[in-house]
Design a protein around this ligand. Structure first.
Ligand SMILES: [Zn+2]
Length: 385
């Protein structure tokens, strides 16, 4: 299989390709109108896209759609290339190999580990080897490897990882090992990109990832808003209580000290005198009506409503996606959160639980590689197609 790097697609080619993807199927005449390009240009661009096997001529369309001869309908070839997507957390690595349309060929995970400076490359190599064994032949081979990092990533350099130590130039090291493009991005940012590309029809999406900490990813028309140093979206370190609980970031009273899953577990462990709580136990106790767990999770929904209110008045996104293993199993928590959005400026904010769930970050990695491969920023894919 060829793993060569590709050259960046030219703009008109990307515009035509995006129109074909968004319309599902379209004729050359319709493309000419939609893209604002003359028929000769459309004809030569589609010829090249057909040669590159990025599109197919699928069937004869209905003449009535645009008049004249019956047109040949064009469709996107979502199986033209493959992507590798990895989520490298402090205590696990998950990965998948998928076509550029998001269809997964194989997924794998390594759990119960402690990722460190010394072993991260070996773990990534192990995962990439496992995944590429399941690669199928495609016209363009593997287009990219995207690695999600649980920490700050600035211009694809790792700048701050509170829960593990990684080499700041991990991307450069991986680029030396592999012939395809390598991308590095913060996991909450990738989750947001995954939601934007594969999970929603909205133009602007904020995804709120609630795990050990709390992070948000902000996407507008397919572009991640990361800030100058990658700090944008670090809502876990917005201040909920002035002079409140100390946070490792240096602030007092940060949101994630009260509203992260870790905060939920610590609080319940103390109140219920139960060690090592996890989301399954919390969910089970909530569903059985345990009043202590119910009260704690209701309070959590209230805290998160404050975060959503703040995000809404700062960014006014079309959609806020909550990514939490607890919220995905207890949908009524989303209703409680929405009910607590009482501000006139934020009460209409759309809030949903993630449809991609645990895979949002990995789908974000697929989106990142595919965006670059196709040179389409505002790429929207229906992963079920
Ligand atoms: Zn903090």
């Amino acid at each position: 299989m060829i793993h060569s790097k590709y050259t960046i697609r030219e703009n008109n080619e990307a515009i035509i390709l995006n129109a074909i993807i968004s319309q599902k199927e379209i004729s050359r005449a319709e493309l000419s109108v939609l893209a604002g390009l003359n028929k000769a240009s459309v004809s030569s661009i589609t010829k090249k896209l057909l040669e590159d096997e990025l599109i197919h001529e699928d069937r004869i369309g209905d003449a009535a759609r645009i008049g004249g001869r019956k047109p040949i309908m064009l469709t996107f070839n979502g199986k033209a290339a493959l992507t590798l997507s990895l989520d490298v957390a402090p205590n696990y690595i998950e990965g998948l190999i998928a076509y550029i349309d998001g269809k997964i060929l194989y997924e794998s995970e390594i759990r119960g580990i402690k990722v460190s400076y010394d072993n991260v490359l070996a773990y990534i190599t192990e995962m990439v080897e496992k995944l590429t064994q399941h690669a199928l032949e495609t016209p363009h081979g593997i287009t990219g490897l995207c690695v999600a990092i649980h920490g700050l990533v600035n211009q694809e350099e790792i700048t701050f990882t509170p829960n593990y130590v990684l080499q700041s130039d991990l991307k450069a090291q991986l680029e030396e090992m592999y012939p395809f493009y390598v991308y590095l991005e913060n996991e909450a940012n990738l989750a947001a990109l995954g939601e934007y590309t594969f999970g929603s029809i909205s133009d602007s999406v904020v995804s709120l990832s609630i795990h050990t900490g709390i992070g948000a990813g902000i996407v507008e028309n397919g572009k991640l808003r990361t800030g100058k140093k990658g700090i944008a979206g670090e809502i876990g370190h917005s201040i909920l209580y002035p002079d409140g609980r100390k946070c490792p970031c240096g602030n007092d009273g940060c949101l994630e000290q009260y509203a992260s899953h870790q905060a939920i577990y610590s609080e319940l462990e103390q109140m219920l005198a139960l060690p090592d709580l996890n989301s399954s136990v919390v969910i089970e106790r909530y569903k059985k009506g345990d009043p202590v767990v119910q009260k704690t999770l209701r309070t959590n929904a209230h805290y998160l409503s404050i975060a959503v209110n703040n995000l809404a008045v700062i960014y006014e996104p079309d959609l806020v996606v909550i990514n939490s293993s607890i919220y995905s199993q207890i949908p009524e928590l989303i209703s409680i959160l929405k009910g607590d959005l009482k501000g006139k400026l934020s009460c209409d904010t759309s809030v949903v639980s993630s449809s991609l769930k645990r895979k949002a970050t990995l789908f974000g990695g697929v989106a990142k590689s595919t965006q670059n491969f196709l040179n389409i920023q505002n790429l929207k894919m229906n992963k079920d197609s």
